[in-house]
Structures are given as structure tokens and as C-alpha cells.
Design a protein around this ligand. Structure first.
Ligand SMILES: Nc1ncnc2c1ncn2[C@@H]1O[C@H](COP(=O)(O)OP(=O)(O)OP(=O)(O)O)[C@@H](O)[C@H]1O
Length: 370
């Protein structure tokens, strides 16, 4: 039987003990948008997805869109086929003897839901695969195959979409090709997506919410901006650490091939950044990942420097980094948190501590958009 709980609930509580691995997670997740399960190899990301899909058994309960898929206390454990989900793996498993169109129709016919034709058309549009419909899977590139696999899962109008490292088998060029299509998922989809990756690039581009796992337990979770600005996370991910700033495309400088991003925090203007030119229309909303290693601090407003971007802010915290020489400094610039990785000696020499006013200098070439 399918039980009804909170109509919007999305909860995953799982406990599992293997000889050399224990999983214990208790997650209350957003009912819309992309939640990325992030963490080192062996931290339990795929195990969670498999349990949610009913492919593996753990104790606990799973509630999706108000439906109880599993509850150990009441002995509910729906088989996979009764769980209304789409699952896309590293390698897209398409039927090789069927055309792309027939592959898409196969899933839709199986679930027999109302408005199937509309859902199929929307999935084709969302993933941009109209021109591939008559092709055979063997003739598709890896990125195209994954887009078809995701469209097929979406056309079935699932209550939850599970994506397990969908870009891992693709080369860098193909990954970049497919990322913009995946970015549309959080804007256009009304269902939750659970996305597994080790890639910081995919995390910063796609996540709305992040769950950081380590050895089967949750180390940190929350909205992408707050998790990335958390010094614990920064220390853990080393050289890839950095804050995400939100803004919109404000101007293009054609002479120098640069784009100006006007930053926005809590709906108010929060400074601006120049970055290498982005081929995006004015007013496009973007997120910018500013690496902590590319931010330096100054007590005075910098002049006579090649560094293009400077933001004035107040130091919120100074915390230890992985290496004892360094500190992670969190600076609040008009509501946007910026992280800087600087040496403890430099901090002492400048006499910097929490509450101090500083200028963050950010190399514009270091910025990566969206
Ligand atoms: N079928 C299985 N039987 C026994 N142990 C398993 C099984 N599948 C995974 N494990 C172990 O469980 C732990 C978690 O694995 P899991 O695949 O969930 O991690 P992960 O975070 O997804 O890793 P990766 O990023 O490398 O895919 C690992 O120690 C792994 O060796």
C-alpha cells in the first residue's frame, strides 16, 4: 500500500551496515530543484540512490511527494516498479534496436499516465533532442545519448529523478555541451532531482541544494551558496574551494572580450565583477564561482594593480585550512560571502581579525560563469 503523509514531503532516512561500510543519513530535502550528493569515492552516494530506487535494502523510511515508498516500522517496501521515479546511470542504457523516438515512446507507454503526449513533447524540448528522434542510439554521441536517456526518464512524469554521475563517461567537450541542458532542469522542472557527482564544476553549475557525504554520513547540507561559503567545506575540497556569487549579465566589452556581472544579494545590488566574455544575453541570471585561491586581501583600496575586481567587505570569520600555513577568511561584501585563502602570516602582518574592513581583490581571469 502507498501511504499518504505530508503532501510535499521528501525525506530519506536510511541505515545500513556492511562489513566495512555503515550508512546513516537522515535528509529532509527540497521538493523542487537539484540536490547534489557530493563526496569522495566510497562515501555512499550511489548506495543512497539505489536504496531510494528500491534496488538495495536499508532500514529506514523514504517519502517522496507525500508517498511512502519505504517504512521499516510498518513493513512498507515498494518494489522498484511501484516507485514513480526516473533513473539515469553513468552510461545511458538505450534499446539499440529502436530509434530515439521509439526509445522515448517505450517508457511513456509503459507508465500509461494522462497527458503523456504533452509530457513527451516537453521532455524533447527541454533536452533539445527533436533533431535526433529518427536516429538510432548507435549513431549518437555520448552526450546526446545521455540527453535522450534523461528525456526518456522525464517523459514518464516521475515524482523524482535520480541521476548517477550522468557525465562521468563523457569527455570534457561533451560535458560542456550537455551542462546547459542540465541547467534547465532546476529552472523548468517541478520535481526534485537527486544528482550524484564528484565534480566541483557540476556541483557549482547545477546544484540548488548540497548534501556533503563522508564515510556514509552527512557532514554538511544546505543551499549551494551557504555550503560553498562554509569554511569546513572549503578546507575539505582544498584548491577547488570558493564561494558562489549570484548576479546578472550587465554589459559586454567587445574590445577587451569581457563581460560585466552585476551582483545581487537578497534582491539588492552587491557590487560588480568583470570576467572573460560570456556569450549570454544581457540580464541573464548567472552564478559565478570565485575560487578562494584567486582572492587576495588588502587593508586599503587597491590602486595601480592589474587585478580588475575589488569588493569592500567585513571579515566574518577566520578558520583553519587543510594546511597549517593557510587560513580561510570569509568576507561579507554587501551580503555576498567571498572566501579568501591566505597565509596565517599575512593575516598577522596586516593585523586582520573578524570585524575588520578589507578589500577583496579578485582576478577577473579566474572567474568562471554560471
Ligand atoms: N554491492 C555492494 N556490496 C558490498 N559493498 C558495496 C556494494 N556496493 C558498494 N559497496 C561499498 O559501499 C561503500 C559505498 O559505496 P558507494 O558506491 O555508495 O559510494 P559512492 O560514494 O557512490 O562512491 P563512488 O563515487 O566511487 O561511486 C563503499 O565502501 C563500497 O565499496
Amino acid at each position: 500500500m502507498i501511504g499518504l503523509e505530508d503532501a510535499k514531503g521528501f525525506q530519506i532516512k536510511l541505515m545500513l551496515n556492511r562489513a566495512d561500510f555503515a550508512l546513516a543519513v537522515d535528509l529532509q530535502l527540497p521538493t523542487q530543484g537539484v540536490t547534489v550528493l557530493f563526496g569522495p569515492s566510497g562515501s555512499g552516494k550511489t548506495t543512497i540512490l539505489r536504496c531510494v530506487a528500491g534496488l538495495e535494502k536499508a532500514a529506514g523510511h523514504i517519502v517522496v511527494a507525500g508517498q511512502t515508498w519505504q517504512d521499516t516500522r510498518t513493513h512498507i517496501h515498494l518494489p522498484t516498479w511501484q516507485r514513480d521515479l526516473g533513473y539515469v546511470f553513468q552510461e545511458a542504457s538505450l534499446f539499440e534496436h529502436l530509434s530515439v523516438e521509439k526509445n522515448l515512446q517505450f517508457g511513456v507507454k509503459r507508465v500509461r499516465k494522462p497527458e503523456a503526449a504533452r509530457a513527451l513533447a516537453q521532455a524533447i524540448e527541454l533536452l533539445g533532442i527533436e533533431h535526433l528522434l529518427k536516429r538510432s542510439p548507435a549513431s549518437l554521441s555520448g552526450g546526446e545519448r545521455q540527453r535522450v536517456a534523461i528525456a526518456r526518464a522525464l517523459a514518464m512524469q516521475p515524482k523524482l529523478l535520480l541521476l548517477d554521475e550522468p557525465l562521468a563517461s563523457l569527455d570534457q567537450v561533451r560535458r560542456e555541451e550537455i551542462l546547459p541542458w542540465l541547467e534547465r532542469l532546476h529552472a523548468d522542472l517541478k520535481i526534485p532531482v537527486l544528482y550524484v557527482t564528484h565534480s566541483m564544476h557540476e556541483l557549482t553549475r547545477l546544484a540548488d541544494h548540497v548534501v556533503l557525504l563522508n564515510q556514509g554520513s552527512v557532514k554538511l547540507q544546505g543551499p549551494i551558496q551557504s555550503v560553498l561559503a562554509d569554511p569546513t567545506f572549503a578546507a575539505l575540497v582544498g584548491g577547488e574551494a570558493g564561494a558562489i556569487l549570484q548576479g546578472q549579465v550587465a554589459a559586454h566589452d567587445e574590445t577587451y572580450h569581457l563581460t560585466r556581472i552585476d551582483l545581487v544579494a537578497n534582491e539588492t545590488a552587491a557590487g560588480q565583477l568583470w570576467m572573460r566574455q560570456q556569450l549570454l544575453p544581457l540580464k541573464t541570471r548567472v552564478r559565478v564561482h570565485v575560487h578562494a585561491n584567486d582572492v587576495s586581501l588588502s587593508l586599503l583600496e587597491p590602486v595601480g594593480t592589474s587585478i580588475q575586481n575589488r569588493m569592500r567587505g567585513v571579515i566574518e570569520s577566520i578558520t583553519p585550512d587543510m594546511h597549517p600555513a593557510n587560513r580561510i577568511v570569509t568576507v561579507n561584501c554587501d551580503g555576498q560571502l567571498v572566501l579568501a585563502r591566505v597565509t596565517a602570516r599575512a593575516l598577522d602582518e596586516l593585523g586582520l581579525e573578524a570585524g575588520a574592513v578589507v578589500w577583496c581583490q579578485i582576478k577577473s581571469v579566474a572567474l568562471a560563469g554560471r
